[in-house]
Design a protein around this ligand. Structure first.
Ligand code: NAD
Ligand code: UFG
Length: 337
């Protein structure tokens, strides 16, 4: 049984991936400092899998904590690094906090991995590294444009650090997520928003549930078919499976050191308006909305060319947007209860 350290595993994508890891026979060791989570998703993972989660509260920037963890947990076979601050808007208000947390976490983690000769590493990157690409669908060889936010800059810098550090004997996969949405089909884990939701789908479900009066669609005058922004929305369970395939990919490779980046998206561009209408179609619940001003920092349109992940990792998105919206709605109803 392979032991995988999962940082940020009490959060949205980390919790879903931990479920997939346990169900595939891995032994995850989960850490989180609870800065943007609490224990509720850990409880959800335990209910879904029937297994106690090997969880340790601590910070990735805390070298002593990590050293002790690597010592006491025995040999760790690989690391999936989700832990980061991820709010684009907050990063504009608190850029130093974002740089400090996201970059120092990575540096300390790599240092401790090196000390314990743990070499396989999967990094949560983002399509935000591309900025507004010249060509869409965007593929992995597109140059990084200037990041739109400090958050995006941290992902670019972390990828650069990883590319440079592959010479230290690391075997690294960066997964560039497009827009993860939805929740586990059990409704036992999903996206928990601390404070006001920043992302579209939690805003849609909270408005549908009556927690909010109205959704504001940020901008109706983009040069897209219906004037609203295009994104590539991917079910969080499909995204989680990509991490398992990335672990298998590293296992299958004999190189002492490597660095590969993969887009993880469906390849389908969906507008904000289409998503709102899709939600009503899937659930039968109306979402009052108005079209407001553009949100500063938004990219007009971006969706993935996922061919590299399809062919090299053997990964394909299996769940539809409708599945994701229904699962997000079922999760919201659970939260409302
Ligand atoms: P999340 O906020 O739900 O989970 C991140 C977890 O990391 C939280 O539980 C938080 O408490 C923890 N954390 C933060 N800093 C830490 C530190 N220094 N030490 C220990 N724990 C720490 O976010 P998520 O949506 O699950 O995102 C996971 C990863 O995926 C992040 O790296 C994020 O940047 C990346 N990502 C997310 C999206 C998205 O839309 N959700 C898109 C692209 C990339
Ligand atoms: N939107 C609205 N109204 C809202 C919220 C969002 O119209 O109330 C629009 C946005 O303007 C954007 C689209 O919905 O056009 C998607 O916005 P999200 O905030 O859900 O997602 P982003 O594409 O801005 O960013 C997300 C994550 C980032 C990540 C990026 C790429 O928040 O962390 O996807 O993975 F980097």
């Amino acid at each position: 049984m392979k032991k995988i350290l999962v940082t940020g595993g009490a959060g949205y994508i980390g919790s879903h991936t931990t479920v997939e890891l346990i169900q595939a026979g891995y032994e995850p060791v989960v850490i989180d400092n609870f800065i943007y989570s609490d224990g509720s998703l850990i409880t959800g993972i335990e209910k879904i899998t029937g297994k106690k989660v090997n969880f340790h509260k601590g910070d990735c920037r805390d070298k002593e904590f990590l050293v002790e963890l690597f010592k006491t947990q025995g040999p760790i076979d690989g690391v999936i690094h989700f832990a980061a601050l991820k709010s684009v808007g907050e990063s504009v208000q608190k850029p130093l906090l974002y740089h400090q947390n996201n970059i120092e976490s990575l540096l300390v983690l790599l240092e401790v991995m090196k000390q314990f000769n743990v070499r396989d590493f999967i990094f949560s990157s983002s399509c935000t590294v591309y900025g507004q690409p010249d060509h869409i669908p965007v593929n992995e060889s597109a140059p990084f444009k200037r990041a739109e936010s400090p958050y995006g800059a941290t992902k670019q810098i972390c990828e650069r650090i990883l590319e440079d550090s592959f010479v230290d004997g690391f075997r690294i996969v960066s997964l560039r997520y497009f827009n993860p949405i939805g929740a586990h089909k059990s409704s036992l884990i999903g996206e928990v928003q601390f404070g006001n939701p920043n992302n579209l789908v939690p805003y849609i479900t909270q408005t549908a549930a009556g927690w909010r009066d109205k959704l504001t669609i940020f901008g109706g005058d983009y040069s897209t078919p219906d004037g609203t922004c295009l994104r590539d929305y991917i079910h969080v369970t499909d995204l989680s499976v990509a991490h398992l395939l990335a672990l298998k990919f590293l296992d299958s490779r004999k190189e002492d050191t490597l660095y590969e980046a993969f887009n993880v998206g469906t390849g389908q561009g969906v507008s904000v308006l289409e998503l709102v209408k899709g939600f009503t179609h899937a659930t039968g619940v109306n979402v009052p909305y108005n079209i407001g001003a553009r949100r500063p920092g938004d990219v007009e349109k971006v969706f993935a060319d996922p061919k590299k992940a399809n062919s090299v990792l053997g990964w394909n998105a299996k769940l539809s947007i409708e599945d994701a919206l229904l699962d997000a709605w079922n999760w919201q109803k659970k939260l409302t209860k």
